[in-house]
Design a protein around this ligand. Structure first.
Ligand code: ADP
Length: 640
C-alpha cells in the first residue's frame, strides 16, 4: 500500500444500489455507457463554462469524449478532458449518493424486492438514470483516474470492485486534466462491449445528441448538430423523437414538439416537448424540472427554472440564445431582462401549442391526465389568465362519468338562457356530489355543476372569479332567487302544501331547533333549495366556500366545527312529523334527540364530525324505540 492509498467503505445506500445493479437481470445493460458518456459531457460543459467565465483561462485541447476498447485487456475506457475531480470530490461524488434519484431508486427497488417482486422495477433502471454505479452491471472492477481543473490539485485514482469498499491513491503527476473511467468488463460481456461496431450503435442510440465529439477507438461517431438550430423544414419527425428520448430517456412519442425560432425582442431558438406522461417517474423529484439553457451552444444551465413558469414544468427541452454573454453567472439569470422576455414568449408559445392540442380531444385528454394537476397551479398567471382558463378541464354533472372533461367554454355553450354563472361544487367524489343535499336544487332545475375534487381547484376558481362574463360561483353560495327563475325539470316538489296549523307552527319549530342547537349554528331557517333531504348546513352569507374553509382550517390547525346556517326542508316527511310532535308538546324530549341527530348527520355528510360516538349512541336509542313501537303495532295489527 502506497503512502497515499486509503480504503473507504461505501455508504449503506450505495451498497444497496450496487447489490441491485450487480444482480440485476436487466437485459439492457448498455445504458451504463449512456450514463458514463453523459457524466463526461457534464464535466466538459462545466469546464467550458468555467473557462468562459474566466475562472480557468488555460483552455487547451479541444473538448472530446474518447471511448477506447481493448478486447485483449478486457477493458472499455471512457475518457474526457473535462473539469475532473479533486480527492474530496471523488469521495463526495462517487462514494456517497449525490443524486437524490439514485438513493430513492435504491429504496424503491429494495422495497419492491421485499414485497416479492422486482421485475417491473428492472425496467425502471433504463429510464431512471442511476448514474455512475450502473457501470457495475457490466464491470468486475472500475478504475477512475482524474485530475481536477483546480490549480495544483494532484491527480487521483479511485478503484473498486463494487463490493463494499473503494480505495483512493495518488496518480502519476503527468495525468492530464479530466477523467478516465476504466471498466474491467465481466468476462461474458467482453465480446459485446469491446466490439467497436456495437459500441458505435449504442452511442448513436443513446448519446447521439451529446454536443461534444465522441470518438470510438479514435473514430468520431456522433455527427448530429444542435437540432434546435436547424431550420424546421430540415428536421424529420424521427429526429424530434430521437432528441426527445435523448433528453428524457423516454421511448414514447411526445404529445407535442415545439420548434421555436425568435428574433425579436430577443433572439433564441428552442426545442420543447410535451411528454405523454408525467416524466417524474415516481413523483419524487418535483423540483427536478426546467429547460436546458444554452448560450451559443454552450450549456449554461441544465434544468433552468427561469424560462417557463412552474405550472408548465412538464415541458422538457432546450433553449439557446445568442444574446446573453457566455460568462453570465447563474445567480443573475433570474433577474435578467432577456431571460424574462424569453420567459414570456415561451409561455405564450406553450399555451398556444396546448390550445392547438385541444382540437384533438383524445390527445388533450391524455395531456390533462398526465399534467393537469400541475397545470392547474397556473391560476396566478394573471397575464395569461384567459388562455389559461380556456385550457382548464373539469368533471361536470353533465358528463356521464368521472372521466369526463368539460371546459368552461363547453359549460357556457350548454348554459340555460338567462344563466349568468358557472356553478361549481367541491366534493370528495362524483358519487358524493351526485347525492349532496347542497346540489339538490341544481339537479331539480337541471343546472350543470362542475365538480371539484382537489383543493387546488378551489384556488383556481377563487382566483379566476369570472370567465367570459360568467361569474364562477360556488353552488352553495348561489342566491336561491337566482336559481328560482329556472323551471323545475326533475324531482319536482310533490309534497302537499303545509296545512294551516303546521304552517303556523313552523316558525316555532325553527326557533325551538335554534334553542336546542344554541351556539352550534348561526341560524335556523326554512330551506328553498332542498327537495330530498330534511336538512343541510349552509354557509352564512359572504363567507368562503366550505371547502376553502376546510383548507384554511387545516392550514391554521383549527379543529373546531364551523358555525353554519341549518336549513330545514319543511316539505320533508320527517320534518312534517316533527311539526306534529312540536304542536303536541314543544318540550317533548324526543324532539331534542331527533334534532341533534339530524344536525350531526349533516355535519357527518360535510366531513366535520370528528367523533361519531354520540351520533351512533343516539341512533341505537332511536332504533330501539322505533323497533319497540314497530313490534307493538305489528302485534296490534295481528301480525298481518
Ligand atoms: P449524477 O451524474 O446523476 O449526479 P453519478 O453517480 O453519475 O450521478 O455521478 C455522481 C457525480 O460524480 C457527478 O454529479 C459528478 O459530480 C461526478 N462525476 C461523475 N463522472 C464524472 C466525470 N467524468 N468528470 C467529473 N465528474 C464526474
Amino acid at each position: 500500500m502506497s503512502a497515499t492509498e486509503k480504503t473507504f467503505e461505501f455508504k449503506a445506500e450505495i451498497k444497496q444500489l450496487l447489490e441491485i445493479l450487480v444482480h440485476s437481470l436487466y437485459t439492457n445493460k448498455e445504458i451504463f455507457l449512456r450514463e458514463l458518456v453523459s457524466n463526461a459531457s457534464d464535466a466538459l460543459d462545466k469546464q467550458r463554462f468555467a473557462a468562459a467565465s474566466g475562472e480557468d483561462a488555460a483552455e487547451d485541447a479541444a473538448p472530446a469524449i474518447r471511448i477506447d476498447l481493448d478486447a485483449e485487456a478486457k477493458t472499455l475506457a471512457v475518457t474526457d478532458n473535462g473539469i475532473g475531480m479533486t480527492r474530496e470530490e471523488l469521495v463526495q461524488n462517487i462514494g456517497t449518493i449525490a443524486h437524490s434519484g439514485s438513493a430513492e431508486f435504491a429504496r424503491r427497488v429494495a422495497q419492491a424486492k421485499n414485497n416479492g417482486g422486482s421485475t417491473g422495477l428492472d425496467n425502471l433502471i433504463g429510464r431512471f438514470g442511476v448514474g455512475f454505479y450502473s457501470v457495475y452491471m457490466v464491470a468486475d472492477a472500475v478504475e477512475v483516474t482524474t485530475r481536477s481543473a483546480q490549480a495544483g490539485a494532484p491527480a487521483q485514482v479511485w478503484t473498486s470492485d463494487g463490493k463494499g469498499s473503494y480505495t483512493i491513491t495518488e496518480a502519476p503527476a503527468d495525468t492530464p486534466r479530466g477523467t478516465r473511467i476504466l471498466v474491467r468488463l465481466k468476462p461474458d460481456l467482453v465480446p459485446q462491449f469491446t466490439d467497436p461496431e456495437l459500441i458505435k450503435e449504442i452511442i448513436k442510440r443513446h448519446s447521439n445528441f451529446i454536443s461534444f465529439p465522441i470518438l470510438v477507438n479514435g473514430e468520431r461517431v456522433n455527427t448530429v448538430p444542435a437540432l434546435w438550430r436547424e431550420p424546421k423544414f430540415q428536421v424529420t419527425p424521427e429526429q424530434y423523437k430521437e432528441f426527445y428520448s435523448f433528453l428524457t430517456h423516454d421511448d414514447a412519442e411526445p404529445l407535442a414538439n415545439m420548434h421555436i425560432s425568435v428574433d425579436a425582442p430577443v433572439q433564441f431558438n428552442a426545442l420543447l416537448f410535451v411528454p405523454p406522461h408525467d416524466t417524474d417517474l415516481l413523483g419524487l423529484n418535483r423540483e427536478d424540472w426546467g429547460q436546458d439553457l444554452y448560450v451559443r451552444r454552450v450549456l449554461i444551465e441544465r434544468r433552468d427554472k427561469d424560462l417557463l413558469p412552474r405550472y408548465l414544468s412538464f415541458v422538457r427541452g432546450v433553449v439557446d440564445t445568442e444574446d446573453l454573454p457566455l460568462n453570465i453567472s447563474r445567480e443573475t439569470l433570474q433577474d435578467n431582462l432577456l431571460i424574462r422576455k424569453m420567459h414570456s414568449t415561451l409561455t405564450k408559445q406553450v399555451l398556444g401549442e396546448l390550445e392547438k392540442m385541444t382540437t384533438d380531444a383524445d390527445k388533450y385528454a391524455a395531456f390533462w391526465r398526465a399534467h393537469g394537476q400541475i397545470f392547474k397551479t397556473g391560476y396566478s398567471d394573471y397575464v395569461n389568465r384567459e388562455k389559461f382558463a380556456a385550457l382548464l378541464r373539469f368533471n361536470s354533472s353533465a358528463d356521464t362519468d368521472a372521466q369526463g372533461l368539460t371546459s368552461l367554454d363547453t359549460y357556457i355553450d350548454r348554459a340555460k338562457t338567462g344563466q349568468k354563472a358557472v356553478y361549481y361544487a367541491f366534493a370528495p367524489s362524483r358519487e358524493a356530489a351526485g347525492l349532496s343535499p347542497h346540489l339538490e336544487i341544481f339537479r331539480r332545475k337541471g343546472l350543470e355543476v362542475l365538480y371539484l375534487y382537489e383543493p387546488v381547484d378551489e384556488f383556481v376558481m377563487e382566483s379566476l372569479r369570472e370567465y367570459k362574463e360568467f361569474k364562477l360561483t360556488a353552488a352553495e353560495h348561489a342566491p336561491a332567487a337566482d336559481l328560482e327563475q329556472f323551471p323545475d325539470e326533475a324531482g319536482k316538489r310533490t309534497a302537499e302544501e303545509l296545512s294551516g296549523k303546521d304552517a303556523e307552527a313552523l316558525p316555532g319549530l325553527l326557533a325551538r331547533i335554534k334553542d336546542i342547537l344554541g351556539e352550534q349554528v348561526t341560524e335556523v331557517k326554512a330551506s328553498e333549495r332542498l327537495s330530498e333531504s330534511p336538512v343541510c348546513l349552509a354557509n352564512p352569507d359572504g363567507r368562503v366556500t366550505s371547502s376553502m374553509d376546510k383548507i384554511m382550517r387545516v392550514m391554521s390547525r383549527d379543529t373546531s366545527i364551523p358555525k353554519k346556517v341549518l336549513e330545514v326542508n319543511p316539505d320533508h316527511p320527517l320534518v312534517r312529523n316533527l311539526l306534529g310532535v312540536f304542536r303536541a308538546n314543544p318540550e317533548d324530549p324526543f324532539l331534542e334527540q331527533a334534532i341533534r341527530q339530524l344536525f350531526e348527520s349533516a355535519l357527518l355528510l360535510d366531513g366535520y364530525l370528528a367523533d361519531p360516538h354520540a351520533l351512533v349512541g343516539r341512533m341505537q336509542d332511536l332504533l330501539t324505540k322505533a323497533s319497540g313501537w314497530y313490534a307493538k303495532t305489528r302485534e296490534q295489527n295481528g301480525n298481518s
